[in-house]
Design a protein around this ligand. Structure first.
Ligand SMILES: Cc1cc2nc3c(=O)[nH]c(=O)nc-3n(C[C@H](O)[C@H](O)[C@H](O)COP(=O)(O)O)c2cc1C
Length: 292
């Protein structure tokens, strides 16, 4: 089977998860292509594949705008099935409705929704998770990816989150304001000239081409989608993200720096502690009680 992944990923979490699923699928004899959802990225259309996965990080309880625009740009799927792969920083069910608009657009383009896979990965905004938490999250994802890949390889249906609660629906609607708000907030992004190396990594990683060099200085345009790729990937933490700066996370996570094997309850962050504990338990990750 030929399978395509169309991936939006600002800090690499969603790409990492898709890479692991792709490895599983390849190991089962499938041919897998992974394409970036980004400006000027070269892609082959879904029509050339037997199965399609669209992958994104949850942004404000919604799918990011470039993912919705990608779906809008598709030709008719002629009844082709597709899966959604999503990552989010917290395991709250408030994230469960994030794919609703994407699914609506895909249905309009005659694609059949076959289900979605949700993995919790470290925050690239709000606060930095510890290396231990990153290791636990990656262990949780790796524990379920073989069976998730099996579903995709078999073109089987997965549960469809149709029964999300009212809170998730409300959160998605309220936070959709981010879609109109970010282009405005993004105009206040700046680089700290005293720190900036002018390596132009921010220009290269911006998935919507919103960052350029003008008169030798990094300039932010009017189309920011707030994905955090620029701030997260800057090698010297020189990007200032306006009123969002206190929530900024900079620098790649090292998923192998800590072992998940000796984790105790105190390693699980206090924020949403119960929800993370439940998520790890349901994904086969053992966590010992806190030491006395
Ligand atoms: C603008 C923005 C909004 C976010 N909103 C949410 C959210 O509503 N819920 C959540 O659990 N995580 C949220 N996150 C965290 C990301 O979903 C999470 O870190 C994800 O794994 C990042 O994936 P990526 O590295 O592929 O971009 C948000 C991150 C950003 C940058």
């Amino acid at each position: 089977m030929k399978i395509a992944f169309y991936v939006f990923s600002a800090s690499g979490n969603t790409r990492k998860v898709c890479g692991r699923i792709a490895d599983e699928l390849i190991g089962r004899g499938n041919e897998v292509s992974v394409f970036s959802i980004a400006k000027n990225a070269k892609i082959q259309p879904p029509a050339e594949f037997d199965a399609v996965c669209i992958a994104y990080p949850v942004h404000g309880f919604n799918a990011p705008v470039p993912v919705l625009n990608f779906a809008k740009s598709l030709q008719s799927g002629r009844g082709k099935g597709y899966y959604i792969v999503k990552t989010s920083g917290e395991p709250l069910s408030l994230n469960d409705d994030s794919s609703r608009v994407l699914r609506r657009i895909m249905a309009r383009h005659d694609y059949i929704f076959k289900g979605e896979f949700h993995y919790v990965m470290p925050y690239n905004m709000i606060f930095r998770h510890s290396d231990k938490m990153a290791a636990l999250m990656w262990r949780a994802a790796c524990n379920v990816i073989p069976s998730d890949a099996g579903i995709i390889a078999a073109s089987a249906d997965k549960s469809k989150f149709e029964d999300v609660g009212g809170a998730a629906k409300a959160a998605r609607k309220v936070f959709a304001v981010e879609h109109v708000g970010m282009p405005l907030l993004g105009r206040f992004y700046r680089v700290d000239e005293a720190k900036c190396l002018h390596c132009e990594k921010c220009v290269r990683v911006c998935p919507v081409g919103n960052i350029s060099v003008k008169d030798g200085k990094i300039a932010f345009g009017k189309n920011c989608v707030g994905c955090s790729a620029c701030a997260f990937n800057c090698p010297v933490d020189a990007v200032r993200t306006g009123i969002l700066n206190k929530w900024k996370v900079n620098g790649a996570y090292d998923f192998g720096a800590e072992s998940p094997d000796d984790a105790t309850e105190t390693d699980v962050c206090a924020y949403c502690h119960k929800a993370y504990m439940e998520y790890f338990a349901s994904h086969g990750v053992k966590i010992a009680p806190a030491k006395e």
